[in-house]
Design a protein around this ligand. Structure first.
Ligand SMILES: C[S@@+](CC[C@H](N)C(=O)[O-])C[C@H]1O[C@@H](n2cnc3c(N)ncnc32)[C@H](O)[C@@H]1O
Length: 337
């Protein structure tokens, strides 16, 4: 598949027809995907959509990573977002990184769906022109080797179900390439095996019927307007995700996101809402999630699994800059020996 956007011609060699089907589905969804996933694109930190709770947890984690890096004295940061969709996470990160005092921010997002990339560029136009900000969105396939150098990316993202679309036989190679470029932290979220149903590209109520087949890892959807999509959709268990990432990165954390809020929150879309009890109940759901998000009985019933990986400690130690280029000369009784 060869695709032209604006001034740039980018050739995307898809792994197989699966990539083309994914690109078509997210292209057809267009702006509806943005509205469904992120709500108002102008309200970067509102987190008030259907997946608000999980998104807020992801953001807390990313913000903590940004602050930790800044606290080391770093003033430059490099971020990569694989399967960036409409680019909301990178806009959040770049905006926050500037506020924290990073003066050189390099952020690249890529996605196989050109409509999503075009939207990401439009929404980020103002941000991309700011001094010290190098923010780009490109068409790209996760199966292609990454353009980034070894251990060059401080924060590497693959969020909200991108890996669910990758054939399981290719996941290890994709994760190895992610690990190659990641100097700092890798954050991914994937749909869990026991998550609430999803049709990925739009809200579930837009589907007239759908079928997720966990033997073939296929999701077939017929939408209310009659159009159909058939996508690769592999749902992960926490143990599987861990075993896939562990050969490539040290795993800091793996936990369930949104075990209870999506099902039980007092939200008029699926439950009665009583304004008085809403806030207290929401706090109680938060407490429940903190208690059970790493519990093996519960984790695979989360909406998403969140995994935080880091460059292998052994590699980090080996890659540390040499402070003494020349070994200090040992002295005995005031003279060199
Ligand atoms: C559920 S969306 C998530 C988008 C974004 N990460 C977010 O958090 O909103 C999944 C995205 O993965 C992209 N994607 C799927 N397979 C891909 C591939 N092989 N290479 C690049 N992007 C891919 C899709 O086009 C889609 O934009």
């Amino acid at each position: 598949m060869s695709t032209s956007i604006g001034r740039r011609l980018t050739t995307v060699r898809t792994h197989d027809g699966a990539g083309r089907a994914i690109a078509t589905a997210y292209n057809q969804a267009g702006d509806k995907y943005l509205a469904y996933a992120d709500g108002d694109p102008g309200q970067l930190y509102a987190f008030d959509g259907q997946y608000a709770h999980g998104d807020r947890c992801i953001w807390e984690l990313l913000d903590t990573e940004l602050q930790a890096l800044r606290a080391t004295g770093a003033t430059s940061i490099r971020v990569l977002d694989l399967g960036c969709g409409p680019g909301t996470w990178l806009r959040r990160i770049v905006t926050r990184a500037r506020a924290l005092g990073f003066d050189s921010i390099s952020a690249r997002g890529f996605d196989i769906a050109d409509t999503q990339v075009r939207r990401a560029r439009e929404l980020a136009a103002d941000l991309s022109n700011l001094p010290g900000v190098h923010l780009s969105f490109e068409i790209g396939d996760i199966f292609e080797p990454l353009a980034e150098a070894d251990a060059s990316v401080d924060l590497c993202l693959c969020l909200c179900g991108v890996l669910n679309h990758i054939p399981t036989s290719s996941l290890s190679a994709v994760l190895a390439e992610i690990a190659r470029v990641t100097a700092g932290c890798f954050v991914t979220t994937v749909r869990a095996a026991g998550s609430t149903p999803t049709v990925y590209v739009d809200a579930i109520e837009q589907a007239r019927r759908f079928r997720q087949d966990n033997r073939t890892n296929r999701l077939d959807v017929e939408f209310q307007d009659g159009h159909r999509v058939s996508l690769n959709s592999h749902l992960f268990s926490a143990a599987e995700l861990r075993s896939l990432v562990a050969p490539h990165l040290d795993i800091d954390d793996i936990r369930g996101l949104d075990l209870f809020h999506g099902r039980f929150a007092a939200d008029p879309r699926w439950n009665p809402r009583d304004a008085e009890t809403h806030s207290q109940f929401s706090g109680e759901l938060d407490q429940l999630e903190r208690t059970y998000c790493r519990d093996t009985e519960f984790i695979d019933h989360a909406t998403h699994l969140l995994l935080v990986g880091r460059r292998r400690k052994a590699l980090r130690v080996r890659e540390q800059p040499k402070i003494f280029a020349i070994a200090p000369t040992p002295y005995r009784r005031g003279r060199a020996v």
